[in-house]
Design a protein around this ligand. Structure first.
Ligand code: ZN
Length: 124
């Protein structure tokens, strides 16, 4: 789902996107000529793979997400939570995918492993 950068005005525009079992919704609002503020929330379920035992488990998500989007190159003064869309189109699928990938990149243990203090021995 792509939204043309120039079509966003200073009146917040609501969006809603279903991605797998995640609902990504919020508003887009122009904050300056080349900046759009995204205020949103990711809610739903996501399957994760435990970093300790390798089992699949599912987590429920309820993540607030505020980002600055730009259609020009960002400079160092811009905060870290910003994304460039140089082709002038805001790709909401890209945003939700990046967020979910970031979640997967963090260490995470399933419930069993979180509650276990014993070291795990894997035999090959
Ligand atoms: Zn585990």
């Amino acid at each position: 789902m792509k939204i043309v950068f120039d079509k966003i005005s200073s009146t917040p525009k609501h969006f809603e996107l279903h991605y797998d079992s995640v609902l990504f919704r919020g508003t887009l609002k122009k904050s300056s000529h080349h900046r759009v503020t995204l205020e949103s929330n990711l809610a739903g379920e996501k399957t994760m793979v435990c970093d300790r035992c390798g089992k699949n488990y599912s987590i429920s998500l309820d993540i607030p997400l505020v980002l600055t989007l730009s259609d020009t190159l960002l400079n160092e003064k811009d905060d870290l939570d910003s994304i460039e869309f140089l082709d002038g189109e805001i790709d909401l699928v890209y945003i939700v995918e990046s967020e979910l990938n970031a979640l997967e990149g963090e260490y995470h243990y399933c419930e069993v492993c979180q509650n276990s203090s014993e070291p795990l021995e894997i035999e090959f």
